[in-house]
Design a protein around this ligand. Sequence first.
Ligand SMILES: CC(C)(COP(=O)(O)OP(=O)(O)OC[C@H]1O[C@@H](n2cnc3c(N)ncnc32)[C@H](O)[C@@H]1OP(=O)(O)O)[C@@H](O)C(=O)NCCC(=O)NCCSC(=O)C[C@H](O)C(=O)O
Ligand code: MG
Length: 307
Amino acid sequence: MPSNPAPAEAPAQPDLTPDATGPLRSVLYMPASNARAMEKARTLDCDAVALDLEDAVAPGMKEEARAALVREAQAGGFGHRRLIGRINALSTPWGANDIAALAAAPLDALLAPKVDTAQDIAALSAAMDAAGYASTVALWVMIETPRAVLALERIAAMAADTRLAGFVLGLNDLAKDTGIAQLPGRAAFLPVLVQALLAARANGLILLDGVCNAIDDPARLEGECAQARELGMEGKTLIHPSQIAVANRVFAPDETELAEAQAIVAAFADPANAGKGALRVNGKMAELLHRDMAVKLIKQAEAIGAR
Ligand SMILES: CC(C)(COP(=O)(O)OP(=O)(O)OC[C@H]1O[C@@H](n2cnc3c(N)ncnc32)[C@H](O)[C@@H]1OP(=O)(O)O)[C@@H](O)C(=O)NCCC(=O)NCCSC(=O)C[C@H](O)C(=O)O
Ligand SMILES: [Mg+2]
């Protein structure tokens, strides 16, 4: 007699269709004023490319960079890489024109910096609607001000009524505005990372980690990627091509994880275990929630493989 009956609503066959949105392990920023970087990005193994108009572009180059971003995006050639455009804040002289101009660029998401409040999300989303963005273009926002961190839940909840679909951490700006030191291990940032993750997950948003400034320190990058993955983030924003391989590896399921996941799915699919809600698989308890997590991990690996 089964000792742990399965909940009545548990699906008999898990859906193993690959995730259509694809992975976001490595999101490489580059200044939209840097033609060479944008050309090179079309050949790099990153999951997404973030063309920046904000902090990587000097004030005197903003208009030129904006035109270049639209031109490069329209020229295409980015293949599987998702295309993100980071605008200047609406409070700057360039923000409104950035939103208007980038409506002509075939982007997957518009990334807005320095948001503070839920009202900022409403204003950005309304501005995208007014500018005529396709309904498929998502709004992602940087979480990089003390006010945004304090309002994380209210900001994330705007996903229900706006284009908001993602958070990207901006720990350089947060360090600047708070005095929190950017040290290996990021211990002082942990409460922020966890709060951002909880707010994102509670509202169906993706969460991408902030950049690692230490281009020549792959061990530090690896540590930050491992920490972010442990915290459940989808991937990491990057600033240099040399950082892509590490992020792609760390944010992908490894062979051991995949084998464990496949064993759990197989165990629950075994007719001998029909009606059971908890099993012993390779010496560990596996419940239906672990089966669901295993299915998700397998889908993730398939989506990466499909790339
Ligand atoms: C950081 C850099 C200025 C370093 O530039 P440099 O030293 O010139 O790079 P390399 O000589 O090592 O470049 C080697 C080749 O790689 C290409 N390259 C370099 N960076 C990129 C890139 N980001 N994307 C694509 N290609 C890149 C070079 O062209 C060389 O190619 P080749 O000619 O074939 O040899 C520079 O890496 C850089 O500008 N990085 C991006 C900076 C950026 O976008 N910053 C804004 C986002 S980060 C941020 O704002 C964080 C957040 O808001 C927060 O608050 O934390
Ligand atoms: Mg920033």
